[in-house]
Design a binder for this molecule. Structure first.
Ligand SMILES: [Zn+2]
Length: 367
């Protein structure tokens, strides 16, 4: 090796060493998985108020790339509605949450450097809490996990979902859609624990009524009343699950005031304009008003007993109802099972009073 070549090699190897050390300093920390279970999140207190605080999220194994036992969050991709009524998700790319590990409250905490990361950490914490709360009620939700979660995906217009400021569950694809804060809210909808308990309610209702998280829904023909019953009973169960398992009849209010979704007053009553028979053929269906009646019925049972008893009554009613075909998606048949299930639990009087106040138009007799 000539002197010149020797110097050049020495310089080159110095350059390489410098590059390696720079890489180690500036690049590796961003790629190295953050494995601390302590994540900074929006955290809901039992009184329904929120603060930004560290939470231990034992389900996450890689908080840099949003990987853990509940599933992996990816960025983008596309969610479609298929001809058979199921959803499908074409997966997005790997996601990196920009976060750094800091010592807070004497614990090592992963601190996101932007609001999007804070939303994703909060989602993961709340999905785990929802899974554990439903499991504690005796429901085997293991077939749902691991599930896909899509951060800010492209969404088919058929899904009728605003492309911001929300969370949603795509039945059939067993996928959560996670959309950024579009309203500059103190508590974005995606960070609202009740919203995730509600959306997970769709996953549970779909599992209980089809037996398979990847099966298409029972009712897929939007020219039939069963399709609209299904949509409202889905919303009713989702709100039932969120309100009872968090014991909060107005869980959305931390994010956005929605008095029409409050379950602890008497406004939710079946009227002809919210029944499926008048919704068939509508341009934009609103399944919530009728769903809120069913969730308010469940809340009436909670007032007469306790959240666990009310939730078990609903689970037992779904088991007795056990819809097998689209035509079984009928809220009057389901209401009869709800009334019987409440009676079996010793709450027949409360259920009959609620039936009279809220469902008189359906004319389902008390057992
Ligand atoms: Zn819903």
């Amino acid at each position: 090796m000539t002197k010149l070549a020797e110097i050049a090699f020495r310089e080159f190897s110095h350059f390489l060493r410098t590059l390696v050390s720079l890489t180690a300093t500036f690049l590796l920390p961003a790629c190295t998985p953050i494995t601390t279970p302590n994540l900074l999140t929006w955290e809901r207190a039992s009184d329904g108020s929120y603060s930004i605080a560290p939470q231990s999220v034992s389900t996450i194994t890689d908080a840099t790339h949003m990987v853990g036992e509940l599933g992996t969050v990816t960025h983008g991709g596309r969610i479609e509605t298929n001809a058979d009524g199921s959803g499908s998700y074409t997966g997005g790319v790997g996601l990196t949450v920009h976060a750094e590990v800091q010592t807070l409250d004497s614990e090592q905490v992963a601190v996101p450097l932007d609001e999007d990361g804070l939303l994703l950490y909060t989602f993961y914490a709340n999905l785990g809490a929802a899974r554990d709360a439903v499991t504690a009620q005796g429901v085997d939700v293991s077939p749902i996990f691991p599930m896909a979660a899509a951060w800010n995906p492209a969404v088919s217009p058929l899904i009728e979902l605003a492309p911001a400021d929300n969370a949603a569950y795509a039945t059939g694809s067993n996928t959560f859609m996670l959309l950024p804060d579009g309203g500059n809210r103190d508590v974005p909808l995606l960070a609202n624990e009740g919203v995730i308990f509600h959306e997970f309610g769709h996953a549970v209702f779909h599992l209980l009524t089809t037996g398979d998280p990847t099966a298409p829904p029972l009712a897929i023909d939007n020219t039939q009343e069963s399709y609209y019953w299904q949509a409202s009973l889905h919303e009713g169960f989702a709100d039932t699950q969120a309100s009872l398992l968090l014991d909060d009849p107005a869980f959305i209010d931390a994010s956005i005031s929605m008095p029409l979704r409050h379950l602890d007053d008497d406004h939710a009553v079946v009227t002809s304009d919210i029944l499926p028979s008048t919704r068939v053929g509508g341009v934009l269906d609103d399944p919530y008003p009728l769903g809120t009646v069913y969730a308010s019925f469940a809340w009436d049972l909670r007032v007469a007993s306790d959240p666990d008893t009310a939730y078990q009554i609903v689970l037992n009613a779904i088991a007795a109802w056990s819809p097998q075909t689209a035509s079984d998606m009928d809220g009057t048949v389901y209401l009869a099972d709800l009334l019987q299930s409440a009676k079996d639990a010793g709450l027949g009087d409360a259920a009959c009073a609620s039936n009279t106040a809220r469902f008189s138009l359906l004319a389902v007799p008390c057992p």
